[in-house]
Design a protein around this ligand. Structure first.
Ligand SMILES: [Zn+2]
Length: 435
């Protein structure tokens, strides 16, 4: 198989930026080349440092002056909510009961699940996202459809069937035993198949009985390498309900703590209204707080406190949370994230944002040994961005003098239209989608 060389301006992170001017945290090559073979990155360097010599033997794709980055990573998204996006509601519980819990019932139909899974993967690719942590519906066939689609495209994905056995319509409920059996069968079939990883997914404490929580705990014990994903402390009404359902436990995070669901592979969506004790438990267990800015603003849930999390050494991921979230784009997500933090009086520099979308989220998923950075041996998932893709951005770029300004413009004004190409395991995937 011949090598493929992507030529362009290469940007990849090596560590978490310590402030806006931490130039040691990333590697930037003005005229760079990424050499790809059999789905993996073979080398990364300057174009003129010898790579030009092998070029005649390789398939060269010239993306200059495009910016080549690791593919974006989304750490929390619901694929059965593609047709829920943009639904008008007062708050989280109304939004769930009026739209989401109705829509997700359609995923008992394998044909519907397969159709939406394909459209979902298309949408991620269109927006430059190559990996996501995905909630399926309660139906095992929804997870089957999603994994089959991701496997066919050779995408690195984390996903799981939602476990929920109460406080939702009957068409959306399993039982503790059924949720356990189906999750276990899916884990055995898909966890580690190709580039797929399974996430044990009790939706949240409101829809899982104590018996189901125990079953989820049993799965975590049996499959210690699997991820765990759920929601916590998103809205005040939800928190009050969780406390009512588990009156003997100290707080909402304490419910997941009690059932042994916390740890370095655990992703907790939202984490907005947190007590000091809860933050301490996240830090102690290495669990990840997932910041979902477009969703938190859209549903009106509240403002994530990044500085407080960082001060307590809590690991942080960032995510779209479609369909509560309003965009599939990680650029739009970090733009809204920036605004949330502005309202909190906190700073988020462009290099921190781009770290979060790539290596930061790879670390949050514990997958930074395979994705999130452009380095030899890594899986060749990449995105190519063009900060001059739109007329108003092109005009602004006449004034931009630094990489940091370019990144900030991409985040502030960019969306899928600035994504020139998305590479999945070394193959150009966006061009194939058409417009
Ligand atoms: Zn969610």
């Amino acid at each position: 198989m011949t090598a493929r060389i992507l030529r362009g301006r290469v940007l990849t992170f090596v560590s978490e930026p310590n402030g806006p001017d931490d130039h040691e945290s990333y590697r930037y090559i003005e005229d760079g080349a990424v050499v790809v073979e059999e789905g993996r990155i073979v080398s990364v360097g300057a174009w003129d440092a010898g790579l030009a010599l092998v070029a005649p033997k390789a398939d060269v794709i010239d993306h200059r002056p495009g910016l080549i980055l690791p593919g974006f990573i989304d750490t929390h998204i619901h694929y059965p909510q593609m047709q829920v996006i943009g639904s008008y509601a007062t708050d989280l519980l109304e939004w769930l009961n009026t739209y989401t819990f109705i829509e997700e019932q359609r995923f008992g139909d394998p044909a519907h699940a397969a159709r939406i899974a394909a459209l979902f993967c298309d949408e991620l690719v269109r927006h430059g996202t190559t990996t996501a942590a995905v909630y399926c519906s309660v139906h095992a066939q929804s997870a089957e459809a999603f994994f089959a689609e991701a496997r066919a495209r050779d995408m690195r994905m984390v996903a799981g069937k939602v476990m929920m056995d109460r406080n939702a319509p009957p068409g959306l409920l399993d039982t503790p035993q059924k949720g356990y059996d189906e999750s276990k069968a899916l884990l055995e079939k898909w966890n580690g198949a190709g580039r797929l990883n399974y996430a044990i997914t009790p939706r949240f404490a409101l829809t899982s009985s104590p018996a189901q929580m125990e079953m989820a705990q049993d799965l975590v014990r049996q499959f210690p390498d699997a991820h765990v994903q759920t929601h916590v402390n998103e809205s005040l009404g939800e928190i009050a309900f969780a406390r009512e359902l588990y009156p003997n436990l100290p707080d909402y995070v304490g419910i997941y703590e009690h059932y042994g669901l916390l740890g370095p592979k655990t992703l907790l969506g939202h984490c907005i209204h947190m007590t000091d004790r809860e933050i301490g438990i996240l830090a102690e267990t290495g669990s990840v707080a997932v910041f979902c800015p477009t969703s938190n603003l859209f549903i009106g849930s509240g403002l994530f406190d990044r500085a407080r999390m960082m001060a307590a050494n809590v690991r942080i991921g960032v995510a779209t949370d479609v369909g509560g979230g309003t965009s599939y784009s990680m650029l739009r997500t970090l733009d809204e994230g920036y605004k949330v933090l502005q309202l909190r009086g906190q700073r988020l520099s462009p290099i921190e944002s781009f770290f979060m979308m790539t290596l930061g989220n790879a670390r949050a998923l514990g997958l930074d040994h395979v994705i999130g950075a452009l380095e030899p041996g890594a899986e060749a998932d990449m995105v190519v961005l063009d900060a001059r893709a739109l007329p108003h951005m092109r005009l602004k770029m006449e004034q931009a003098e630094s990489l940091s300004e370019e990144l900030f413009l991409l985040q502030t004004c960019g969306d899928d239209r600035v994504v020139v190409e998305t590479y999945v395991a070394g193959e150009a995937a966006k061009g194939k989608l058409g417009r």
